[in-house]
Design a protein around this ligand. Structure first.
Ligand SMILES: Cc1cc2nc3c(=O)[nH]c(=O)nc-3n(C[C@H](O)[C@H](O)[C@H](O)COP(=O)(O)OP(=O)(O)OC[C@H]3O[C@@H](n4cnc5c(N)ncnc54)[C@H](O)[C@@H]3O)c2cc1C
Length: 305
């Protein structure tokens, strides 16, 4: 999502763009994310905050324009202990604190707001079509060196997520594994998220006739799911909406979040080429994608001035 969005921003700013990826979009971490807007497993530094709000506004615009994979949904964020409304939520239109008696059993604090919820497999298809309308099509190839095959006048943009451990020799990157479960939507129209600091999260994300349930966070790498882990995700979510327990399961999602102390964004010179890096967005890559993509396009324009 980081690379495709940056490619759209570059192409729509007048750059000719070649898009290279060693995986098909549906096989990436991005396709396997939930996805709800908000900071998670990513330092909320000023530029990330700014990119998040730019992205919120862009998702709002896409939803208004009828892009079906993006919806603006009302919902609740709740906790089992005291929770202050974070400043990033206070900035959103309509954010309100919940009365305790309006929360599901066991929760003591929470707030309501409207959030973008994105159907990622479909949304990546939308980005690809938007890029194709500018003449850019995805080339499947593995890149072993950032300056490889590029002409000196070309600018390279590196949005390879965890691929940058090898490609940019970046050992500040590490993965955080996550599983989600997809079931038929029994008719829910609001999202629900629980504040999660541990390995087990609660995220209920309606997306039309399906609903994505989350999730997990751990340091393992194997993407083969354990049935007990998937069932535990459903059980946690069904504790809030019991109808989820009997919703037919459609499948699961598994991915590795590209985590880094801070996002890497900026330009370096490599073998005579300008290389713009944009990776390490943790559990918030979708949430910052438009801000990060536009930052790439602005930096590219500055470098070419
Ligand atoms: C279970 C789960 C739930 C999540 N939920 C949310 C959420 O609700 N909200 C949110 O904002 N974020 C969420 N995330 C995080 C989000 O998915 C990531 O931050 C985001 O996908 C990172 O995007 P990316 O484009 O950097 O990485 P990726 O999607 O991994 O894309 C990297 C691309 O680089 C390519 N590549 C890598 N190395 C090479 C190479 N050497 N040569 C050629 N190509 C290469 C890959 O093929 C791929 O196309 C979630 C993640 C997971 C796993």
């Amino acid at each position: 999502v980081i690379g495709l969005t940056a490619a759209v921003c570059l192409a729509e700013s007048g750059f000719g763009v070649r898009l290279i990826s060693d995986r098909r979009p549906l096989k990436t971490a991005s396709a396997n994310s939930g996805a709800i807007w908000g900071p998670f497993l990513s330092a909320l530094e000023p530029r990330v905050r700014e990119w998040s709000f730019e992205t919120y506004t862009e998702f709002e615009r896409l939803a208004r324009r009828g892009v079906k994979s993006v919806q603006m949904l009302p919902g609740t964020f709740a906790a089992h202990d005291g929770l202050d409304i974070p400043s990033w939520v206070k900035q959103l239109p309509g954010a309100v604190e919940c009365r305790r008696d309006a929360l599901p059993e066991g929760y003591v604090s929470g707030y309501r707001y409207v959030s973008p919820v994105v159907d990622m497999p479909a949304y990546l298809g939308y980005l690809r079509r938007r890029l194709a309308s500018r003449g850019t099509h995805l080339e499947i190839a593995h890149v072993t060196s950032l300056a490889e095959r590029a002409f000196p006048e070309e600018l390279i943009v590196n949005c390879t997520g965890l691929g940058s451990i090898a490609l940019a020799a970046d050992h500040n990157l590490s993965h955080s594994r996550g599983f989600l479960v997809v079931v038929d939507n029994p008719g829910l129209e609001e999202f629900f998220s629980e504040r999660g600091d541990g390995p087990n999260l609660v995220n209920i994300l309606p997306q039309g006739d399906k609903i994505v349930l989350g999730g997990t966070v751990d340091a393992a790498e194997d993407l083969e799911p354990d049935e007990a882990v998937l069932q535990a995700i459903v059980d946690r979510c069904a504790a809030i909406f019991p109808e989820l327990l009997t919703s037919p399961r459609r499948g699961y999602r598994a991915g590795l979040r590209p985590c880094r102390t801070t996002v890497r964004f900026g330009c370096e010179q490599l073998d005579g080429h300008d290389v713009i890096h944009s990776y390490g967005h943790g559990g918030s890559g979708v949430s910052v994608s438009w801000g990060a993509g536009r930052a790439v396009a602005s930096l590219a324009a500055e470098l070419r001035r």
